[in-house]
Write a protein that binds this ligand. Structure first.
Ligand SMILES: [Zn+2]
Length: 578
């Protein structure tokens, strides 16, 4: 079943397929956001659903047991680009952390090698502000100025990404090698498949998104063939995480570390003529392996002190294990961290309620053996400890001025996107906070409430669910904040004030929006002095929406505080003139 192949040819100048132009090999990284392996035909979906990804698998190597390092977009992508696990590259969450400038990324190595580099990114979660643009001469994301007018949405469909990638490739000279990254976001919530894909997928909107994404990829591959740029391009298609789709109590992804969201499709297509066609590998591999695999395939030098291995270098060690974590619950819900290690035999998850699953006998992770046989987890714990002892990059946080970006990310359904908390517990640190896996009902109520708010605007029903969430854990500042929003929108201002005050007490990332909304509630119940206090506090650190500043000026005028009103009037004028 397993065969391995790497030809020395790949690090030499190759003849392009057309046989006319001499140039070094190129690279194409395709990241499939939120894509479950079983959504692809080559992993078991109905035949013919994803013909283009299937083709790459038929011509290359398919990894059956690939996992992400974290079921969260930015940390997972940072691992692909650096070969480091999140605790070493330090990006543990979306929305607030930046890939450190000293990281050596795939794109930087490619550019140093003289390759043309470009990235076409579909989701704002990977905006260039988060540091993945290092090494790309072109980095187009939904926030890129040329896109901003048309793209107030936080994501773009695969068809647009492909059009832009094709336009860029058209400008690459025949003798120039390139490293191109295309990021597709279509299967990410909310699912809005284009054209007739929904009916083709018999109403399964998620699967429809995957089909549409594959069709768009097909256009890119076809163009590369027309240009004679397919055969000498090393291609990897990989997801950053899967989607729960209701399995293990999780609709989307991020909070838990069951294999339902850790497992990802991972397909490598070597250069034409390098063998390996149709190989399937069942050893555990990880998205951290993407970096060294490209580095070796494209001859980019030494991979360095990293956590990944070259997937094509030969048989993987029989005891190969992979690290994973999720810190989302820590940030959003004040839950314990989840971190662990998995190999072909088992999986250990550290939290306040440790778990061990014998994966061979129990792939669904339904029987926790930790209580009865804690010794089984020891080698796994030791592997995490060894990883923790390895050197890390310096951790970087995003500046507050990007709060607008945070709001967009939150609308994509990430509860814990922005936070001003800096510290994160070590993976194996003991915790007294609840384990996320023990709080699935709370999570389910929270996500349902957020969907009711975002998709249906049903604030009353959402508020009822959120009230249940905060009863179970008043320290859940995210739920307190959104409960406040529901209560405010249904004009229950006194109760909304209590919820916003609770959110502020736990110092979550919603401090500024919580203060602004608290001010509006105080204004509505006639407590003008408190409304002024909270507006001033919020507007100290952010420019805020202009409406907030105008309300503050109006309230200061009404209160006869003319000098202060004048100062804010001048600030507003300065802001609108810049
Ligand atoms: Zn993602």
């Amino acid at each position: 079943m397993r065969r391995y192949y790497r030809s020395a040819l790949c690090i030499l100048a190759l003849s392009a397929a057309c046989g006319e132009v001499e140039r070094p090999p190129s690279g194409l990284l395709i990241t499939l956001d939120t894509t479950n392996p079983e959504a692809l035909s080559c992993y078991g979906a109905p035949a013919g659903w994803t013909p283009h990804l299937d083709r790459l698998a038929n011509e290359g190597v398919l990894f059956e047991e690939a996992r992400t390092v974290a079921p969260i977009t930015l940390p997972a992508h940072a691992s692909m680009f650096t070969g480091l696990t999140p605790l070493r590259h330090t990006v543990r969450r979306n929305g607030s952390m930046v890939v450190p400038p000293e990281a050596r990324t795939l794109a930087e190595l490619a550019r140093e090698k003289g390759m043309r580099t470009a990235a076409f990114v579909a989701g704002v979660v990977l905006d260039s502000e988060f540091g993945l643009d290092q090494g790309f001469e072109t980095y187009v994301d939904p926030q890129t100025p040329a896109n901003v007018e048309e793209h107030l949405e936080a994501s773009r469909p695969a068809g647009e990404i492909v059009e832009e990638a094709i336009a860029w490739l058209g400008g690459v000279r025949e003798d120039e090698p390139f490293f191109l990254w295309v990021h597709f976001y279509d299967p990410h919530f909310p699912y809005k498949p284009p054209g007739d894909w929904l009916s083709k997928a018999k109403g399964d909107a998620y699967l429809a998104e995957v089909g549409a994404m594959d069709a768009a990829l097909g256009r890119l591959l076809e163009y590369m063939e027309e240009r004679g740029r397919f055969d000498d391009t090393f291609i990897c298609a990989v997801a950053d995480h899967g989607e729960g789709r209701g399995r293990n109590g999780e609709d989307t992804h991020g909070y838990f570390v069951f294999d339902t969201t850790l497992n990802v499709p991972l397909i490598v297509r070597p250069l034409t003529g390098q063998g390996s066609a149709g190989t399937r590998v069942d050893s555990p591999v990880s998205v951290v392996d993407v970096f060294p695999t490209f580095v070796n395939a494209l001859g980019l030098g030494a991979a360095g002190d990293i956590d990944g291995v070259d997937l094509l270098a030969g048989p993987l060690a029989a005891d190969r294990g992979v690290y994973f974590e999720s810190y989302f619950g820590v940030v959003a819900f004040h839950w314990s961290q989840l971190a662990g290690w998995a190999d072909a035999e088992g999986k250990f998850i550290h939290s306040s309620q440790p778990e061990f699953f014998a994966l061979k006998a129990d792939p669904a992770e339904s029987t926790n053996l930790f209580g009865s046989r804690p010794e089984l987890a020891e080698p796994y714990r030791a592997a995490v400890e060894a990883l923790c002892a390895r050197p890390r990059l310096e951790h970087e946080l995003l500046d507050d001025e990007y709060l607008g970006l945070m709001g967009q990310i939150e609308r994509l359904g990430y509860a814990g996107a922005y936070t001003d908390e800096v510290g994160a517990p070590e993976p194996l640190e003991p915790s007294t906070a609840p384990s996320p896996h023990e709080r699935i009902q709370v999570y389910s109520d929270f996500t349902r409430a957020r969907r009711l708010m975002v998709e249906e605007g049903d604030m009353a029903q959402a508020g009822a669910l959120l009230a249940r969430v905060v009863r179970s854990n008043p320290a859940n500042h995210k739920a307190q904040f959104h409960l406040g929003m529901c209560l405010k929108d249904t004009e229950r201002f006194v109760e909304a004030i209590a919820a916003f005050r609770a959110a502020l007490q736990y110092r979550g990332g919603e401090r500024i929006p919580a203060e602004l909304n608290l001010a509006v509630c105080y204004y509505n119940v006639g407590q003008t002095g408190l409304a002024i206090d909270h507006l001033k506090s919020a507007l100290e650190e952010t420019v805020g929406p202009p409406g907030a500043m105008k309300l503050l000026i109006q309230l200061l005028d009404q209160a006869g505080r003319e000098a202060e009103a004048q100062r804010y009037r001048e600030r507003l004028r300065r802001l609108s003139s810049t």
